[in-house]
Each structure stands twice: as structure tokens, then as C-alpha cells.
Design a protein around this ligand. Structure first.
Ligand code: SAM
Length: 377
């Protein structure tokens, strides 16, 4: 018995070593700038990856793959019922090449569902090293109201994205911001921000906005409040809780809680204390997203906000029951890539990954087995 912790299956150690092939350009289908490295490859991805191996090893910044979930789905246009050991062998030899293609600071993201997630996790631990496991994101892919009633188990509304780094110490992640609605915690408004903070006068944003719009507070819409927060981001704030020791400091020094008081922390950071808390302006949450100022929050490892409805025709391409929203891929690229980086999807399907890459000025290589998904004949 092997003395290391590993996943085993029938055929695991059988060598699958395809002959390297040469990629042939189909001149009729090529268009645009011949200097870009963008490529759509039609064929089995094992052969294609083997063909890419010598030129593209250590070149790819982000690989997103969305292989068949092996969920025995009959409503998808590809084989989704592969014998389990065979599925693992297929994935293993492809992942072994994919890891070589990644740059030292590159990442792999694999989308899957509950059927193979745990097996893919252990397989990737073995190939990337458990220490290079970054995280797993859970994505809500349908609404509870839209799922079919299944008497046997809770309805499936989620999928997973396993994220692995080639070398976690080198990987760079830029925190992803997601758009939120009106944030009721940011309810306070400074009437005279031009004055010194100890002369500030305060009001509730609902009182000010109701007055401005000449309507009752109860009739204010969340969208109106959200816009008000963004437009007044330098004077709308919330009072964040502070430590008990700071509360004691306020009490012991007889500081008036109703007047803003500047306090310098032990690290030299200046904060304004008010009402037994710290003033935090809403401007810290306002970011430009897709060219528009928005209220945002940092994305967690549960993505509930990406709309799946209405993506069937996104990009003018259909792929029944398997297509991923462009917003999802955009979020991954925002977090893990920069402009001009090279990205790859070896289970390209309808081409979502390449479409997003091109919109975001990333270079991309896409591989797909089924010709009908790649080309309009
Ligand atoms: C779940 S779909 C990917 C959907 C894609 N993310 C999108 O947004 O359209 C999986 C795709 O992998 C392709 N595929 C499966 N085995 C493959 C192989 N060995 N080589 C290349 N493509 C393969 C299937 O034809 C299918 O289009």
C-alpha cells in the first residue's frame, strides 16, 4: 500500500501519453490581427493541450474550466455520464498538463457540482499540492422558486469553483467588489461638513432626502436612498462599533459622545469617534464598476448575485443547460488577472471564457471538442 494519502481508482496509474500533434491553422476561419495569441482550437483537449505544452508552459495566468459534471444529465449536448474511474483518469491527465501551462503566479479555477467536487478536490490536491489550494467558491446558479420539486433530497441551486494556485506564495488576488443596494447602516448625514468636525451638525439621511424630494419618509424608495448615499458619499456615514477599551477611554476622559472627537490609534491612524463608535464614511464602499459609481462590498466565497436567468442567448450563442454567465467569468478575471494576461479554457463550450477575455483585453486560448459550438457553419 502506498504510504501517502491519495485517491486511488482502477486505471489511475495507466500511462496516457498522447503523441504531440501540430496545430493546423484553418485560414478560412482566422480573422483579425494575426499577431494576437488568441486561438480557438477544435479537437480533443488532451491532444490540444499536448500540442500547446512546449510553447505555452509557464505562460498562462488563469485557466478556467467547466468540464462535464458527470451528473448523468440527459439535457446537455455532450457526454455527461462517464464511468467514474474513467472520468478521474480523463481529468488527471488533463490537469497534469494544465498545471504545467500555468505561470508561477497563475491560478486554475474548476467549476463543478456536488457530483464530482470532492473527487476533483482530492485530485487537484495531489496534482497542485494541498498547500496550493486557494479556496472554493459556492455559486448560486438558480433560484429556489425555479427548481423542480424533488422529493428525495434538497433542491440543487449551487455549484462550486475550486481554485488552485501554481504557487500560492506568488499568486496575486485583487479583492473583488460586488454591487450592493442601499445600505441602511449608513444612515447619518453631516449638515455642515465644511466646518471643523467638533462643530458638525447631524441629520438622518431619510429626513434630508424626504425634504429634498418633497415626499413622506415612508415613500422613499431604496434606489433613491442608494443614489443619495453615492452622491453624498463624503458626508454620509455609519457609526462602527469600537473596542471596550476605547469606550472606557472615552468615559475616563469625559469626552462628549455627541461631538466628533479625533483619536489617534497606536498605529498612528486618525479616526473620528462619535456616539461611542467610529465614524465610517460611505465613500469607502463607493467604487466605479463598469464605468458607473456604485455602492459595493467585498465579494465573499459565496456568490449569490450573479444572474443566471436570461443568459441563454448571451453573446448570440446557445448551449443548452451548460452555459455560464459572462459576469461569472468576468469576476474571476477581475480577481486573478490583468489586461494582456493570457487565459485558457479547455472545455470552452459556447465560448463564454474567450468572449469575456476579449472584452476585458485579456488574450485567450479556447479548446472545444464539438465543432458546432465553435463555428457557425
Ligand atoms: C459544461 S460545458 C462548458 C460550458 C462553457 N463554460 C460555456 O459557458 O459555454 C463542457 C464542454 O466541454 C466540452 N468537452 C468535453 N470533453 C471535451 C474534450 N475531451 N475536449 C474538448 N472539449 C470537451 C463539451 O463538448 C462541452 O462543450
Amino acid at each position: 500500500m502506498s504510504n501517502k494519502l491519495e485517491l486511488t481508482w482502477v486505471g489511475k496509474n495507466e500511462k496516457i501519453n498522447p503523441e504531440p500533434r501540430i496545430l493546423l491553422e484553418d485560414i478560412e476561419k482566422s480573422y483579425g490581427d494575426p499577431q494576437t495569441e488568441n486561438m480557438l482550437i477544435h479537437g480533443d483537449n488532451l491532444l490540444a493541450l499536448k500540442a500547446l505544452e512546449s510553447k505555452y508552459s509557464n505562460k498562462i495566468k488563469c485557466i478556467y474550466i467547466d468540464p462535464p459534471y458527470n451528473a448523468n444529465a440527459t439535457n446537455v449536448p455532450f457526454d455527461d455520464n462517464i464511468e467514474h474511474s474513467f472520468y478521474l483518469s480523463l481529468m488527471k491527465c488533463r490537469l497534469e498538463i494544465l498545471v504545467k501551462l500555468l505561470k508561477e503566479d497563475g491560478v486554475l479555477c474548476i467549476q463543478c457540482d456536488y457530483n464530482e467536487m470532492a473527487y476533483l478536490k482530492v485530485l487537484c490536491d495531489e496534482i497542485f499540492g494541498r498547500n496550493n489550494y486557494v479556496t472554493m467558491v459556492t455559486v448560486k446558479t438558480s433560484s429556489e422558486s425555479g427548481v423542480k420539486v424533488n422529493a428525495n433530497k434538497p433542491a440543487k441551486v449551487s455549484e462550486y469553483i475550486l481554485i488552485y494556485a501554481k504557487n500560492k506564495d506568488k499568486m496575486v488576488y485583487k479583492p473583488i467588489r460586488i454591487v450592493t443596494g442601499y445600505d441602511k447602516n449608513y444612515s447619518q448625514y453631516i449638515i455642515n461638513p465644511e466646518d471643523n468636525y467638533n462643530e458638525w451638525q447631524y441629520a438622518n439621511i431619510k429626513d434630508i432626502l424626504a425634504q429634498q424630494l418633497n415626499k413622506a419618509k415612508k415613500d422613499l424608495k431604496d434606489e433613491e436612498l442608494r443614489t443619495f448615499q453615492i452622491d453624498n458619499r463624503d458626508r454620509v456615514f455609519s457609526v462602527r462599533d469600537i473596542s471596550d477599551s476605547l469606550k472606557k477611554y472615552i468615559k475616563d476622559n469625559g469626552i462628549d459622545k455627541n461631538i466628533a472627537y479625533e483619536y489617534t490609534t497606536s498605529t498612528g491612524k486618525k479616526t473620528l469617534l462619535y456616539k461611542n463608535g467610529e465614524i465610517v464614511f460611505v465613500k469607502n464602499k463607493v467604487y466605479e464598476i463598469d464605468g458607473k459609481l456604485e455602492l459595493t462590498k467585498i465579494a465573499s466565497d459565496i456568490w449569490l448575485d450573479i444572474p443566471w436567468d436570461g443568459i441563454a442567448n448571451e453573446g448570440g450563442v446557445t448551449l443548452k443547460n451548460s452555459k455560464k454567465p459572462e459576469k461569472l467569468i468576468q469576476r474571476i478575471f477581475e480577481g486573478f488577472t490583468d489586461e494582456e494576461d493570457l487565459v485558457l479554457d479547455s472545455f470552452l463550450g459556447s465560448g463564454t471564457t474567450c468572449a469575456v477575455a476579449m472584452k476585458m483585453n485579456r488574450k485567450c486560448i479556447g479548446i472545444e471538442l464539438r465543432r458546432t459550438m465553435l463555428f457557425y457553419e
